[in-house]
Design a protein around this ligand. Structure first.
Ligand code: ADP
Ligand code: MG
Length: 660
């Protein structure tokens, strides 16, 4: 038997090489593999007779191969052609660049083929095929099959095979059964989440798993609340005169929403219970200045402030920003990241990444902790900070959110916090002119970008979903390295182009970012590494390729990177495929025609792709594997259950967390 906590290399066919690749998907142990939840499913249970399939765009057929051969093009590509029949007729099929297929096809055996009509003629090409198994245990075709998030060298097909072999060999007794729905045993729900027999069974297995995970989230909220209530805060008051002074020092007038939030923050600080406030604001709504005012009040009162940012780049940006506004907050600033430390013992405001939390000499009289753009600052981190600053009070917490969160949702998820909503930014901000660009207009779009940069001196971001080439041959290659090469030799030749992605060292990332910031680089091609908060006023163009592979909330955040200056800004979203699905087009159209992050977040939560389980991967919201945050009903119920539980149930999700 395999144990959930076993390392992934215990699984047959997974050696150190595959294990290394699986790490990129967050899979280290068996439990992580089992909880690598399908993104969606494809149903190929209905097959068509060839006589009909011939005339359709795409189909699944069941046939035997009567002839198969390879030929080579001048550019040394392989084309494999096969003639297959099923009694109703025969059809010609082709594969590109898979010359070994020929060896794996047996002439007398029966196969399922998933086929798509070629754009250029009568032939159909094969997108997938599988031999009909004697015992009926199809993995890929003729059933509802899972589609997984994959990575270089780890494909959906490979994952299916590993999961299918593994699940039935796992001993689940290390974790508790479902919190509710005891009639569906855990092992069976895990099996049917990956390999459902039908949609009914899928639904029946998703719900208990979702509930288990949701209770975990509800328990987090309960614990945070308990922690908050355990210690007193330190009351801090600000005079109106000082506030007026600060207003004078700012280069702009505060908006009404900002003023309101400031009143709320200052009122919280005055109390002798610690503040726990979340600023739920749109991109560019002006949250930083609120942090400054809170920091200023705290330092005036003789205490210290910590500001935590999610990335080195953002920490540095805050540091520069606070330095430039030292008359508002303080001149005594510290910066602590993995790259750089500027630290004096008398620093009053400490800015940094999580590296800051590793210092042992954090000031005891820290009375305010500001957390920018991330919510993964849970109970553990809070306990740690509290212990480190060591005073006998709990610092005030101010959390600035990365994503606008629909109000109804915010009220439940952040039930332990007060929430201020900043729904609109300063009115000086122009609407970012946003457009959906079909793939056949892509070249025109880049030529226009070229002209804009040449004539106005603006800068552009180009965001891509991948770093390196994807292994799926039929998809357009949307990797940073490929597009970088293509554009620098093509449409954008003559401009200063560079790229950025997560595999580069922090040092290189910082260097490229600052070259972009200073205008040395005209076009920065990147993955989403610099997703949040970055402020580059001269960058006015954002192009997002493979746009449907991002969540709408994420697209909105990316768009928010431009339009921070005075000039008109533009955002172009380009889908991966020349003829995207209707649903993709609908979503992207919604995105380009809406500017409020709150509207977009609401739409994103309600609108799921067909067969999609969760809208996860939205930064700002708790990262759930399977539970659906839009299911407020379930969330409420989970809270009621969590309230009554004396201790945290050790579900499969808790096991995963405890090991990561
Ligand atoms: P975010 O909420 O995304 O963190 P920032 O705090 O970085 O946004 O603010 C975005 C930009 O708007 C900054 O350049 C900031 O100086 C500017 N800004 C903030 N408040 C106002 C205001 N009331 N009027 C004009 N500009 C403002
Ligand atoms: Mg910000």
């Amino acid at each position: 038997m395999l144990q959930l906590s076993d390392h992934i290399t215990k699984v047959p066919f997974i050696g150190p090489v595959q294990a290394k690749k699986l790490e990129r998907l967050g899979i280290y142990r068996i439990v992580d593999l089992l909880l690598h939840i399908p993104k969606r499913y494809v149903d190929s249970t209905n097959t068509q007779p060839i006589s009909e399939a011939r005339h359709t765009e795409s189909a699944t057929i069941k046939a035997t191969v009567s002839a198969i051969s390879n030929s080579y093009t001048r550019s040394r590509k392989t084309i494999t052609r096969a003639k297959v029949d099923d009694g109703s007729g025969s059809i010609n099929l082709i594969w590109f660049n898979q010359r070994f297929i020929i060896k794996s096809i047996h002439p007398t055996h029966e196969y399922l083929f998933q086929i798509k009509r070629s754009k250029h003629g009568g032939d159909h090409y094969v997108t997938n095929y599988e031999e009909i198994k004697q015992n009926g245990e199809q993995l890929h075709l003729g059933r509802i099959s899972p589609i997984y998030k994959q990575t270089d060298g780890i494909s959906t097909k490979w994952l299916r095979a590993r999961l299918y072999d593994t699940i039935s060999k796992v001993d689940f007794s290390e974790v508790s059964e479902h919190i509710e729905n005891a009639d569906v045993p855990l092992d069976r729900s895990i099996m049917s989440i990956h390999f459902p027999e039908d949609m009914e069974q899928l639904k029946g297995s998703i719900i208990p798993l979702q509930f288990d995970e949701m209770v975990g989230l509800a328990y987090d909220i309960k614990e945070r609340k308990a922690l908050i209530e355990r210690y007193p805060g330190v009351p801090i008051s600000t005079s109106n005169t000082r506030l007026q002074e600060i207003r004078q020092l700012l280069p702009f007038t505060l908006t009404e929403a900002q003023e309101e939030t400031i009143s709320e923050i200052l009122e919280d600080l005055r109390k002798n219970t610690p503040m726990h406030r979340l600023i739920n604001g749109d991109v560019g709504s002006g949250k930083t200045v609120l942090a400054m005012i809170a920091a200023s009040a705290t330092i005036e009162a003789g205490y210290k402030v910590i500001l935590l940012a999610p990335t080195t780049i953002l920490a540095k940006q805050h540091y520069e920003n606070f330095k430039n506004n030292s008359s508002i907050v303080t001149e005594k600033l510290a910066l602590v990241t993995s790259e750089e430390t500027i630290y004096e013992d008398d620093a009053e405001m400490l800015i940094g990444t999580h590296a800051l939390l590793h210092r042992e000499d954090l000031p005891e009289d820290t009375a305010l902790v500001i957390i920018d753009e991330q919510h993964r600052f849970g109970v553990e981190q809070r306990k740690k900070i509290r212990e480190m600053v060591g005073g006998n009070f709990m610092p005030h917490y101010l959390s600035l959110s990365a994503t606008p969160i629909p109000r109804t949702l915010a009220r439940i998820i952040f039930g332990d916090m007060e929430v201020s909503t900043l729904s609109s930014g300063p009115s000086t901000r122009k609407t970012i002119s946003s457009h959906l660009v079909p793939v056949n207009k892509r070249s025109d779009c880049y030529r226009w970008v070229y002209e804009q940069i040449k004539s106005t001196g603006t800068q552009a971001f180009i965001v891509l979903p991948l770093i390196e080439t994807s292994e799926i041959e039929t998809e357009r290659d949307l990797s940073v390295l490929k597009i970088y090469k293509e554009l620098s030799e093509g449409e954008l030749k003559g401009l200063n182009i560079n790229y950025l992605h997560g595999k580069l060292s922090d040092k290189v990332k910082m260097k490229r970012m600052s070259e972009f910031q200073s205008g040395k680089i005209d076009v920065l091609i990147s993955t989403t590494v610099i997703e949040v908060g970055i402020d580059i006023p001269n960058a006015n163009i954002m192009v997002i390729e493979g746009a449907e592979r991002f969540g709408l909330a994420q697209l909105h955040q990316l768009r928010g990177r431009v339009g921070r200056g005075a000039s008109q800004a533009y955002c172009y979203v380009i889908p991966s495929s020349e003829d995207p699905e209707a649903h993709t087009v609908e979503r992207l159209k919604y995105f380009v025609s809406h500017k409020s992050g709150f509207d977009i977040a609401e739409y994103d939560l309600k609108d799921r792709g067909p067969g999609q389980i969760t809208g996860a991967e939205q930064s700002g919201l708790p990262n759930l594997l399977i539970a659906d945050l839009a299911d407020l009903e379930m969330l409420r119920k989970a809270k009621t259950v969590a309230e009554k539980l004396p201790s945290r149930p050790f579900t499969i999700f808790e096991m995963k967390k405890s090991l990561s």
